[in-house]
Design a protein around this ligand. Sequence first.
Ligand SMILES: [Ca+2]
Ligand SMILES: [Ca+2]
Ligand SMILES: [Ca+2]
Length: 404
Amino acid sequence: MIKQIAFLLLVFLILGAGANAAPGTIVNNVNNTWQNTDANLQFNCSGTIGCKNFYYSLNDVNGQKGWGTDGNIGIVLNYDYNHEIFYWSDDILDSNEVEKLLYLAIDKTVPITSEDYNAGWNKLGFDQNVKFTCFDANSRCKEIVYKLNGSNQPIYSVPIVIRSEGNNSIAYKSIDNAGNAEDENTLHVLIDGTAPTVSNTLPLTDTNKARPGVSFDVNDSGSGVADGNLFVDGNLVNPTSSALFGTGYHKSWDFNYDLANGTTISVRLRTADSVGNNSGDVNWSFTVDLEAPTSISINGPSITNDSTPTLTLGASDGVSGMSGGKVILSCNGSSWSAPIDYTTSYSSFNITSGNGCDAADGNKTVYARFRDRAGNWNSTLATDSGTKLSRSYGGLSSCAGLPC
Ligand SMILES: [Ca+2]
Ligand SMILES: [Ca+2]
Ligand SMILES: [Ca+2]
């Protein structure tokens, strides 16, 4: 029995001395998820009698490297792919290791977000949906994040609904499963609920022009003025919007024939912005006054020691009238005071200085010119040849020029 055991042990030792265990290759730096950087794989081999060759198949391309003496082989993967690597080693007695397989996924490419929304101006009262779609060819999309008017929002999941008037900004980007983040994009949802405003309607209530220009300003805070119809005395004078509106929104239209004195004209303007908000009718009217004031007069005290004596003024006007009219005064008929509102009694004109006046005692002459509300002066400003009234003053005291 002992002999039999000894024999079996001897056989085992002999067989064991002649057998050779295949080498074992391991790999480091393997990331089991998608990564957005290059992969530097480090292979190491261990074998009882020394590793000889390293064999690999990278994405069906075969390669071979000798182990040499350092026992370390590196392979760099630097492009997007879910890389498939078969690898094994043999040793100096050509014992082959069983083939091994690893996958390594690289994605260095950012995802792309597409958007679906109405890019132009929209009318208030209608929901505006903004839909985002993310595309990523490798690791696939993880999430879409966005900010609405600068405020961070929950992860995008369903179409965003915008209802607020104004310029609503949405900044957004997608992120993939490897952590690649797209550069932020911004879109704008434009909603306009405010009608255009009309201002500076001219002429005012009266004009002194026989062919006045009808003009107005239109502005719109949102989508812009897009349409307008101007009616003068009930007649549509500018039937097309392009003729009315451009970039400045100040428009005018001139009569091409003379209007008679006393004619009253009514004007109606209808405007709308680009999304249809309507200003409604804007109405104004004016009357043509082509005649200067009449029955003009100026009177003052016959003698005074007051450098600003009370002047009694008078004028009448047939169409626009003197309410809102003006007066200018002068001592020589050529140098005039600034216009003052028309009044029948005025005591602020200094007859001893300025406007052609001097400080000397003696007779003074004061000239007056009158303008009606529509702007008609009773003579031109450039000369004194028009209608003027004068009044002589005398006997200014020795303290002339000073209120004594
Ligand atoms: Ca990607
Ligand atoms: Ca508007
Ligand atoms: Ca008049």
